[in-house]
Design a protein around this ligand. Structure first.
Ligand code: S3P
Length: 167
């Protein structure tokens, strides 16, 4: 079983992904961490040195070609489903789960977790909420292609594990 977790920055994909993988008894991977391992730099450093276009190319390349085991849970960076053909590719190659949260809830979570997130560095308060709302508006068409859309504030690994194993 291949499970792809998608959603905006701060949706809790990594935290939830680890719990879900434990429940499914399979390994957990994080796409940003794979990128960091392969490039030897943080996402923030990579953005600063090469820009977003190059980052998106690399992100696609690693998502679609990096060898992973038969069964896994992979959490993807917030932008990954919205570039190239990544969303369709994930839908064809596994089960996709969108952790959905409101801009306000995301902003609260992100307020203290912005250091290595180049897109929101320096944004606070209403500016941060506005940035998230605007981005979500353009990203939602991709996120909503997911096989499952779940409430990111109220999501339980055992329920999701049951849901996906029935498909
Ligand atoms: C991004 C989200 C980040 C990371 C990069 C770009 C985005 O991942 O891939 O900073 O475009 O939303 P997280 O969602 O894990 O923070």
């Amino acid at each position: 079983m291949k499970v792809f977790l998608i959603g905006f920055m701060g949706a809790g994909k990594t935290t939830f992904g680890k719990k879900l993988a434990k429940k499914l008894k399979c390994p957990f991977f994080d796409l940003d961490h794979l990128i960091e391992e392969i490039t030897g730099s943080t996402v923030g450093e990579y953005f600063a040195a090469h820009g977003e276009v190059k980052f998106r190319e690399l992100e696609k390349e690693i998502l679609q070609t990096h060898p992973l085991p038969e069964n896994f849970v992979l959490s993807t960076g917030g932008g990954a489903p919205c570039f190239h053909d990544n969303m369709d590719w994930m839908n064809e190659n596994g089960q996709t789960i969108y952790l959905q949260l409101t801009p306000k809830a995301l902003a609260t979570r992100l307020e203290n977790a912005k250091e290595d997130r180049p897109l929101i560095k320096g944004l606070t308060g209403d500016d941060l909420i506005k940035f998230i709302s605007d981005r979500l508006e353009t990203r939602d068409i991709y996120y909503k292609k997911a096989h499952f859309i779940v409430d990111g504030l109220n999501v339980h690994p055992e329920i999701i594990a049951n849901l996906i194993s029935k498909n």
